[in-house]
Design a protein. Structure first.
Lengths: 943, 440
């Protein structure tokens, strides 16, 4: 513990700690010291000199943002000497500001630190005014960011933010003296630079020199609403700035206080929100009697009664098990809870599942089997506390950018980083060790690492003896997994595996593992998760600061949707619905019995539909026809269902098969909570009113339920108290507590408990308190390589896009990215005669698609990779139809394919073999086009 | 008098930059001093010895070299020596002579220093324009590696002392000479100075403890070790003794680098060494262009660190610039203002904006567009800049501005009121000076 000190700042006696700066102490004590170049996230450079103070006994004025506080120090930052100097500093800063930057005429005064510092210093007018300089550079090339050099005060915050927070080196200062200016790499403009559009520079800029374009174009905001990002599972906290007059979000800032993202956001979170006002947004219910008819606009009453009528009819005719609901891990916790309650009470079946089935169900299963709880064992803070960070099956800088940044910054500060991934991702490039594993080789490589740990004494015997069971069996199986012996399965140099094991196991319990869908989306995905748990457990890397297993959840509420019981076999917190105690608890709270049928998992639902056993399907916020594997099968299932209800923001491939489509509200238009990958429950809040007749998923479900006789009168807040009654780990959660904090990490045991940063610190959450080790063998992937299908196809995301692109493709982000490409290794390409940009056909046992090739050594030889953001690609027509055994999570990350060149750079005539419907589908829809697409001015297309 | 030069003794000897010549000099020359230091001194004892010799830094600040070395923390981290060979201060041209004519003397100094401070790697950061100097230094280093003087076992003494020397080239910015700017540049970044504390001795090159010393400072070490500190302490005032290279330029008959002990009178330097003033003496800058200016009444001042300081200026890098009465002080100042503003790295508001405005204001003065209150405004801007910045570059202009205005106030006032030059010169045009007889 650092030593306590006492010092006097501006007459106030303050206490601080050795090693703090004067400014840090002052800020904590609520003493205002003007600053411009300082930011808590950045290393102080002491450049702007507005924070100066006089320190008794020190001759010169010092910058308080850099000067260390010490015991007995007396500081004055507001005496006459300091003030006069500060005033001239401010006058000089204002000297070349454009004339329009006068008080009262600010674009956004609350934003503008410079102005408040100047007015504090009594320097609103400058004696050094030169006005706008003629050669000033204005750069509006970027789709979201505008730069005005004249407003720049050379505080370096954008440069440091880009580097020290985001981890890029896009910006630099060029030139010297008065004419020093901010330059992009290549010294051209923002658009042609290597900018990743995270907007950290904008967030940092204290003058508005860098500003969101939307803000400049749309004018002042008058309301700030704190909410949570609805893209990936990181769960960044953000502030939406709203112009109430036009009911529009005009800018989004990161929430500086959030322990998740400390004010940082990625391009999607910060800028890809305009889809909410896209012209293709569904604005009212659409209905049709049969699939051969066009949709027509309907009133809510008509649409709801049509759904109710058909539900009753099908349920009466075929029984409850002919109905099913698919919930969404994009939707809020309250909505997932309500929907599973709705399905279980009014469909009368356990046929409810959510889309995390196809991503992280092996996590839910595996971590529960190992530790007794389906969640990450630690929090993001463990990234900074760890000595070694192992990233496996995850490309965090693109799929979870903020976590990617935190990991890379930790690595830059000295943590060692190991990346296990078939692709040479950005993290892999910067890692101390990169193990380019073969897709499907996770169990083999993890067992091999565990083997080395056991053999070389890197395991924590005391921890194993006291906290675990099953080690003997595990050790016996590991015998066979010497890295040399499984080299053919892993495809990785055994020596690399040994080095990785030594690094990971050699920290004495200060290593974290971050894993993603590259682990789960395999036919043995659950085994992969269990092997991760094994490795972490035997080395004592669980439940301690800097020691954790953290799954990188793909979507915003993957954790929450499953926590809330939108799963066939479990209700909230993974309690089995056939457990008598659970049934009793639910009966007491719900007033009805839980259904007794086993319930269908998502892929089983499709099978049942194709077999004619499932007739009624309600799908919330997921485009299963695009995002689930083996699309042809899914399509057949949808076609076979008698009645399909869709609920979404847009018309998509799936709800084009529906009979009724309910127009849903986006996350900016409703209240609720999301739970992120570190179990943090965070609020989302209504920033704007939903457009047209859109309603939140919550309202829609409640409305239909009430027509079915539910008499529900829930609000998102009141449903939380019901969840708390049936869910021990939510017992202490209320909207009020969430509102007055930066979210809470469950378990929150009661109204006093602050939440849990780590799980399993003393004992696991199994009944016996022990961690279960699993002795697991390697099994080959479901899809098999053969002479005919010699390549392993694996899939993933790109930074600028999100999943099937329903949202991102409807924002200005589309400037960056216009197609999915097939990444192929130069050696493979050479053999196949494929050149960069050539069209290739990728054929699997199910179907074939065509893409353009990108020849790159980012991918290992023998493996090909593509993204799945564009419907034209129809990637999932070819993906493997195999599933993980226990969870039925699809094997997205492994498909045996052949690759063949079919043409040069010109698009072959029959590209869309399958007639995948392009974005603005031809299905006739009458709908008001209330919104125009927002194409930011000055945005050119990037070549 | 006559004083027998020490550091510059062999500069005029043919091939003085070769190892062969260096080792043929006899006495303690030719790496005998380094050998003595390594074999007869424990590192700690060597630091104390250098400290007791009262050697003070020749780079500008005149700080005790031995004392600086004691600031290195005992934290087990590797340590580095960075040799400051960026010599860019106008009026200063001594280090380049050492690099060009006696690089082995410097290398020997580096060896002695590294033995004392426990560094295994020294970086010599040389001003990029010094092409000949860099080549001479690099060949000297190559000779040393070949002769076993540098490398795995320094001088083959079997002391387990390993030393590498790497030459780094600057890319042409004055700020690279500032010690933390130099380290930033050596790390491959823009030469941004860093705020102190932490001082480089604690957190320097790539955040490792680093000693930064000037070329001339290090070149004193072989002599301190070779001739003994007792001898050294007698060379000038005991509080800051030693041989010193004075750079004398401007309106003198024989400008050049002259070696004399610290404490030599200014008059002696100008009249006896540099051949006397051309025309009528008007002003003297004693320590490089950034130092406050002297009027002729200071001619009998002893040129050592403390005496110059108590007279209101600094010995700095001992760049003595002599001006006769053809010089307009406003014009001279404008020249400096342009230079220092151009060389400001642009980090600190007071320096970046302030020096820009000083240049603008002096420009206004010189060209006859001054506003009535400009002299006050200049003073106010100076007050805001001085000691308010990360490094001292900003003071390098403030000191001349303030001292010129004080010593030659009438001239400045004349420029404001009469909108022209008192010396009758053309605005912005340097008065032609009589062609000086070159020293050599
Ligand atoms: C703006 C500025 C420029 C400097 N330039 C040089 C230089 O060119 N050469 C030099 O040796 N020292 C220069 N110095 C001094 C160095 O910062 C540092 O004090 C010196 O290298 C220390 O070495 P010494 O103790 O051996 O003198 C400069 C200082 C400042 C503030
Ligand atoms: S653009 Fe903004 S953040 Fe960047 S240096 Fe200029 S004022 Fe500072
Ligand atoms: S004082 Fe000037 S040169 Fe020195 S760091 Fe600041 S801006 Fe750069
Ligand atoms: S905030 Fe301290 S110098 Fe800028």
């Amino acid at each position: 513990m650092a030593q306590g000190i006492r010092l006097t700042i501006n007459g106030k006696v303050c206490s601080g700690e050795q090693g703090e700066t004067i400014l840090q102490v002052a800020r904590r004590e609520g003493i205002y010291i003007p600053t411009l170049c300082h930011d808590d996230r950045l290393k102080s450079i002491g450049a702007c000199r507005t924070c100066i103070g006089e320190i008794a006994g020190v001759k010169n004025l010092q910058s308080t943002c850099t000067y260390p506080a010490s015991d007995g120090m007396v500081v004055d930052t507001e005496n006459a000497r300091v003030k006069s100097v500060r005033k001239v500093v401010c006058e000089l800063l204002l000297s070349d500001h454009p004339a329009e930057l006068k008080p009262g005429e600010q674009v956004q005064p609350r934003e503008n630190d410079l102005l408040s510092v100047c007015s504090h210093s009594g320097a609103m007018e400058s004696r050094f005014r030169t006005g706008r300089t003629s050669e000033a550079r204005v750069d509006v090339s970027h789709p979201f960011i505008a730069f005005d050099d004249d407003k720049c005060i050379n505080c370096f915050r954008c440069i440091r933010g880009c580097n020290e927070v985001q981890g890029e080196d896009v910006l630099t200062m060029a030139g010297r003296g008065f004419s020093a200016f901010i330059a992009n790499d290549y010294n051209k403009n923002y658009l042609d630079s290597t900018c990743v559009s995270c907007g950290q520079c904008v967030q940092q800029c204290p003058t508005g020199a860098l500003e969101d374009k939307t803000l400049l174009e749309k004018g002042k905001w008058d309301k700030e609403v704190k909410t949570t990002c609805a893209y990936c599972g990181t769960g960044c906290s953000m502030i939406a700035r709203v112009k109430t007059e036009t009911n529009e979000v005009v800018s989004i800032r990161g929430n500086d206080k959030s322990p998740v993202n400390y004010g940082h956001l990625c391009v999607k979170g910060r800028y890809a929100y305009s889809y909410g006002r896209h012209k293709e947004r569904l604005l009212h219910p659409l209905v049709r009697e049969s699939r051969d008819q066009p949709f027509r606009r309907a009133s809510w009453e008509e649409a709801v009664s049509m759904v109710v009528r058909n539900l009753r009819r099908i349920k009466d005719k075929y029984g409850p098990s002919a109905c099913a609901g698919i919930s969404s891990s994009r939707a809020a916790n309250e909505e997932n809870y309500l929907f599973q309650k709705f399905v279980r009470t009014f469909f009368g079946t356990n046929n409810v599942d959510n889309c995390s089935r196809v991503c992280h169900s092996p996590t839910a299963y595996g971590l529960r089997e190992a530790y007794g709880e389906s969640a990450g064992t630690g929090g993001y803070e463990d990234i900074e506390l760890a000595k070694v960070i192992l990233v496996i099956g995850s490309n965090p800088t693109e799929a979870h950018p903020i976590l990617g940044d935190r990991i890379r910054q930790a690595a830059r500060r000295g943590a060692k980083m190991i990346v296990i991934d078939p692709r040479r991702t950005q993290t892999a490039r910067e890692a101390d060790l990169h193990l380019p594993v073969r897709p499907g080789g996770n169990v083999a490589i993890l067992n091999a690492m565990a083997h080395v740990c056991v053999k070389e004494g890197l395991i924590d015997r005391e921890f194993i003896a006291r906290r675990t069971k099953g080690f003997e069996q595990l050790a016996a199986v590991l015998e066979k997994y010497a890295p040399e012996d499984v080299a053919a399965l892993t495809g990785v140099d055994p020596e690399l595996i040994r080095q990785a094991a030594r690094l990971y196991g050699g920290t004495g319990g200060q290593s974290v593992i971050h894993y993603g869908l590259g682990v789960t989306e395999h036919s043995h995905g659950s085994d992969g998760v269990l092997c991760i748990a094994n490795l972490a457990t035997i080395t004592g890397n669980v439940g301690k600061p800097g020691a954790a297993v953290i799954p990188m959840r793909g979507q915003n509420n993957v954790q929450g949707s499953s926590d809330m019981g939108a799963l066939p076999q479990t209700v909230t917190e993974y309690q089995k619905h056939n457990d008598p105690v659970v049934r009793e608890l639910y009966r007491a709270v719900w007033g009805t019995d839980l259904p007794t049928d086993p319930g269908l998992k998502l892929p089983q639902m499709f099978d049942a539909a194709v077999e004619g056993k499932l007739k009624f399907l309600w799908i919330i916020g997921e485009d299963i026809l695009q995002s689930d594997p083996d699309s042809n099968h899914v399509e057949a299932a949808l076609d076979a269902a008698e009645f399909v209800v869709g609920q979404d923001l847009f018309l998509n491939e799936t709800n084009k098969k529906a009979h009724v489509i309910f127009p849903a509200a986006s996350f900016l238009e409703k209240e609720g909570t999301f739970t992120n990958a570190e179990r943090r429950i965070q609020r989302i809040r209504k920033a704007v009113e939903p457009p047209g007749e859109c309603k939140s998923d919550f309202e829609i479900i409640q409305q239909v339920a009430n027509v079915l006789g539910a008499n529900w009168n829930y609000t998102p807040a009141s449903i939380v108290s019901e969840i708390a009654r049936v869910t021990k780990v939510w017992a202490g959660v209320t909207f009020d507590r969430l509102d007055s904090s930066e979210g809470m990490q469950w378990p929150v045991w009661d109204g006093q408990h602050e939440g849990s940063r780590r799980l399993h610190t003393e004992k696991s959450m199994h009944k016996d308190g022990l961690i279960k080790l699993h002795a697991l063998e390697y099994h080959p992937p479901g899809d098999e390589l053969s002479e005919e299908y010699p390549f392993e196809l694996t899939t993933g995301r790109k930074l600028e896009q999100y999943n099937v692109g329903t949202q991102t493709r409807r924002t200005g982000i589309s400037v960056y990215d216009t197609e999915d490409r097939l990444e192929i290794h130069p050696e493979d390409a050479k053999r196949l005669g494929v050149l960069e940009d050539d069209w290739v056909e990728i054929k699997s046992r199910r179907d074939a698609i065509r893409l353009r090739a990108q020849v790159t050594n980012r991918i290992r030889e023998g493996t090909v990779f593509t993204t799945f953001h564009f419907p034209e690609t129809a990637l999932n027509r070819i993906t493997s139809g195999h599933h993980d055994g226990p969870t039925m999570c699809p094997e997205y990350k492994f498909t045996a394919v052949s690759v063949m060149r079919v043409g040069g750079r010109e698009e072959p005539a029959e590209k869309h073999q399958h007639g995948a419907v392009p974005l603005s589908g031809e299905v006739p829809v009458e709908s008001e086009r209330a919104f125009e697409v927002h194409v930011p001015a000055g945005a050119a297309r990037r070549q | 008098m006559p004083y027998e030069p020490v550091i510059s003794k062999y500069w005029k000897t043919p091939e003085s930059w070769t190892l062969k010549q260096y080792q043929s000099r006899g006495d303690y020359w030719g790496y005998a001093a380094a050998k003595k230091a390594i074999t007869e001194f424990e590192p700690k004892a060597l630091i104390s010895y250098v400290k007791d010799s009262n050697l003070r830094g020749r780079g500008g600040a005149g700080f005790s070299t031995g004392l600086k070395w004691t600031f290195l923390p005992e934290n087990g981290k590797p340590r580095f020596l960075a040799v400051n060979a960026d010599e860019s201060e106008p009026g200063t041209f001594k280090d380049r002579q050492i690099l060009a004519y006696d690089p082995h003397q410097l290398i020997e100094g580096i060896i002695i220093c590294c033995w004392a401070i426990g560094a295994k790697h020294a970086y010599v950061f040389v001003r990029g324009e010094f092409v000949r100097e860099i080549n001479r230094l690099q060949s000297a280093i190559d000779e040393c590696y070949a002769a076993g003087i540098l490398g795995e076992d320094v001088l083959r003494l079997g002391k387990g002392f390993k030393l590498d020397i790497t030459v780094l080239r600057g890319a042409g910015a004055y700020i690279c000479g500032e010690e933390t700017g130099l380290l930033s540049a050596a790390e491959g970044k823009r030469a941004y100075p860093k705020i102190k504390p932490p001082f480089p001795a604690v957190e320097g090159f790539f955040r490792f403890p680093t000693i930064v010393n000037n070329v001339e400072t290090l070149s004193n070490l072989p002599h301190i070790v070779g001739k003994g500190k007792e001898w050294y302490l007698q060379q000038g005032p005991a509080a800051g003794p030693g041989p010193k290279l004075y750079c004398i330029s401007g309106h003198v008959r024989k400008p050049g680098v002259y070696e004399a002990p610290l404490g030599t009178k200014l008059r002696t330097l100008i009249d006896e060494y540099a051949g006397g003033v051309i025309g009528t003496l008007k002003a003297i800058i004693p320590g490089g262009s950034s130092m406050p200016i002297f009027t002729p009444d200071k001619l009998d001042l002893a040129m050592d660190f403390d005496t110059v300081r108590s007279a209101g200026s600094f010995l700095g890098s001992a760049g003595v610039i002599v001006m006769n009465d053809s010089v307009c002080m406003v014009n001279a100042l404008l020249n400096l203002a342009k230079f220092y503003h151009h060389e400001s790295c642009g980090q600190c508001t007071p320096c970046r904006e302030g020096l820009g405005w000083l240049e603008k204001l002096v420009h206004r003065l010189e060209f006859g567009h001054a506003h009535d209150n400009d002299l006050d405004l200049i003073k106010e801007v100076c007050g805001m800049i001085s000691k308010r910045t990360i490094c001292l570059l900003s003071d390098s202009l403030v000191m001349p501005v303030e001292s010129y205005m004080k010593a030659f106030f009438k001239e400045f006032e004349y420029h404001v009121k009469e909108k022209k030059c008192m010396t009758g010169g053309q605005p912005g045009v340097w008065a032609p000076c009589e062609e000086p007889a070159l020293a050599r």
